[in-house]
Every structure is written in C-alpha cells, then in structure tokens.
Design a protein around this ligand. Structure first.
Ligand code: RAM
Length: 360
C-alpha cells in the first residue's frame, strides 16, 4: 500500500473507530510521522499556488477562551471569511484561559469529527502538541492564531503582529508616560500563554537599553484572563509596591480590569497603564483620564487571516514553508516567514485623538 493510501485509510479508520485506536493502528504520532504528512510541521509535499480554492471544507476554531470578547471578534472574522469562501465554520473551546486539558479534549474532538482544518489559539505551547500531531497525521491542517504552539505541532502560525515589535513598543509607550523613571509591573494573562510570554521576553530585553536605567520592573503578575483575578492582582500590585509608576497589561482582559481598578482609586491618572486592549473596552478609561495610550490589532482581521490560511493549506496552495505566498482575498497577498509564521501587520496605537474611529 502506498503511503498516501495508508494515510487515507488511517483517516477513514479514525472516522469509524475511536481515534486512539486508529492512531495506534497507524503507528503512532512520532515527529517523523508528522513530517511525512506535509506542511510546515511537515515541509514535505509541494505547494501549488495555482490550485483551486476548495469549497465545502469545515474549519474548527478553538480559541484560548470562548467567552472572551476578543476571541468573539476574532472568530467572527473567521466565520465571515469561511462563509465567503463557501466553507463551514464551527467553534469549540473552554471558558477559562487556564483549562489546558479541555483544550486538548477539544482538539481530539475536532480530529474525531474529521474537520478539514483547525485554527487554534494555544493556552500552553507544549500541552497540545501530541493532540495536534494526531490531527495532522489524520490529514487535518493545523493553523495556530494569536498564541502559538511549538513549530512542529502545527502547519503555520498566524501572528497578530511581530512579537518583538509588540513587546518593545509597549515598554516604549509606558516609558514615555512615566518620563523614563520609576517602578513598573506587568499584569499578564495565564502563566503558560505563549503569546504573552514571548512579548514579556521582548519587554525585558527592551528594558536593558540604558535609556531605561531608571525604570525597574518589580513584578510580573498573572490574572489568567479572568476579570476578577486581574482586578485583584492590580490591587495587590499597588499594595505591595506603593511607589509603582506604571503597569503594562498585554491582555485585553487584564488591561480592562486594571483600568477599572485604577479609575476607581486614588491612583487614577497617577499610575500609568498601557498594554493591549480593545478600543470598545478602553474608550471610557481614555476619556476619563485613566489611560493615555495602548495598542492592538483588529481581532476580526486576525480571525479572517487564520481562516484564509486554513483554506489555503487545505487547498494545497501553501504547505507552511518559508517563502510560499498566497492570496487572502481582499486582505492581499501574504508570504510565509521563518518557522511558518504569517504576520497580520502592524498594530494600531489608540489614544484620545483616534479612539472614536474604531468600533471593535
Ligand atoms: C487576551 C488574550 C489573547 C491576547 C489578547 C491581547 O484577549 O490573552 O490571547 O492576544 O488578550
């Protein structure tokens, strides 16, 4: 039996029997197995940029957290694009951003349902790997968006912006607001989140520049993308560090909760807050003087690009290899970069002057 027909019968087997059994029968999910199956995890197979865009595909979206408005907007962008492309959308996912075991189960469910592709925002870089590799072994294309897994556990990663730019610019924004002086803290999401941790590494690196010599990072706190926990962590930061001059919160849930806390406290306008937030969440805190400036990309565009990437992979137009290009509808042409990363573009900085121009 040729390898491709073995793969097909493995996928068929997965449909009629339990996935675990099918995978075992097909010889497991070692790195090499996945490498054989095509994609950036698997650079085998050749992309055909002129291949027709397939219709009738099913793409499953699995965000970090379903009840987070950021992911609601992102996944709606994905849904709209799939509708336009003649394919189907579905969304599954946990309601907590720290429920990694549920995310693993959702990957397995999507695999058992034999979706054509899945778009996943990973709560943890390593935890989903085995499940994602099983998906790829079963011929399912795996795109991560927003928060990546390890490079060999997916075909491509759709990144919201350059991680380096995001990390460095958040420090630059806060430094200007506190006149390059004083104690600062970071209020992050989950301790395992790939995206936040990558940005924080770049923030720390940016702070090494001598121009920040009078700024001291005193703590990185984790609010787990939970409004109440993020609010309490902000309160705790100010109790522990009464001289705090500023907070960077690289999460839409965290920055909103921190703004809510600061705006009702004596620190309003005195302790500066920046990071990543949606204009809709942050408008009132910009208008009432709690927040000067913060940044984000358009989450719906991120979801749209994830959907279009999934369809391009499923159609064979790309495999996830560096240098491949594909047309993403009205969004234009994208080129796959190093490690299978596709970059959405530059984030927007929002302040009192422009915030009313944005409706997400
Ligand atoms: C939260 C999530 C998401 C992140 C945004 C900025 O909604 O942590 O992963 O990209 O914030």
């Amino acid at each position: 039996m040729r390898k491709s027909s073995i793969r097909r019968s493995c996928a068929a087997l997965a449909a009629v029997t339990s996935l675990a059994l099918a995978v075992t029968a097909c010889g497991g999910t070692t790195k090499n197995d996945v490498k054989d199956s095509g994609g950036s995890a698997a650079t085998a197979g050749k992309a055909d940029p002129n291949a027709a865009t397939k219709k009738g595909l099913t793409v499953g979206f699995l965000p970090k957290q379903v009840n987070n408005p950021y992911f609601t907007s992102a996944d709606k962008g994905g849904e709209k694009a799939l509708e336009e492309l003649g394919s189907s959308y579905k969304e599954v996912g946990p309601s907590s951003a720290t429920d990694t075991s549920s995310q693993v189960s959702y990957v397995n469910t999507l695999t058992q349902q034999q979706v054509d592709a899945m778009a996943v925002s990973a709560q943890d870089p390593g935890a989903l790997c085995t499940a994602l590799k099983q998906a790829m072994t079963n011929k399912i294309k795996v795109v991560t968006y927003d928060s990546d897994t390890k490079t060999d556990c997916r075909n491509a990663f759709v990144s919201q912006a350059s991680a380096e730019d995001l990390g460095r610019t958040e420090v630059q924004l806060l430094a200007e607001q506190i006149d390059y002086k004083g104690e600062i803290a970071i209020l992050s999401a989950a301790q395992t989140a790939t995206n936040q941790n990558t940005w924080i590494d770049f923030m720390k690196d940016e702070l090494k520049d001598p121009k920040y010599k009078d700024i001291k990072l005193v703590k990185v706190a984790f609010g787990n993308d939970d409004a109440q926990q993020s609010f309490q962590q902000t309160q705790g930061l100010l109790q522990e560090h009464p001289n705090l001059k500023g907070i960077i919160s690289p999460t839409t849930v965290g920055i909103k909760a921190a703004a809510q806390y600061l705006s009702g406290s004596k620190y309003k306008g005195k302790v500066k807050l920046t990071g990543l937030g949606t204009p809709n969440d942050m408008r009132k805190y910009v208008k009432n003087g709690t927040v000067d400036a913060f940044e984000l990309w358009d989450p719906a565009k991120l979801g749209e690009l994830a959907a279009r990437t999934a369809v391009a992979l499923s159609s064979g137009q790309i495999t996830g290899k560096e240098g491949e290009t594909f047309k993403a509808g009205d969004m234009g042409t994208f080129t796959i970069g190093k490690d299978g990363v596709i970059n959405l573009g530059k984030p927007t900085v929002f302040d009192a002057k422009n915030i009313d121009q944005f409706g997400f």
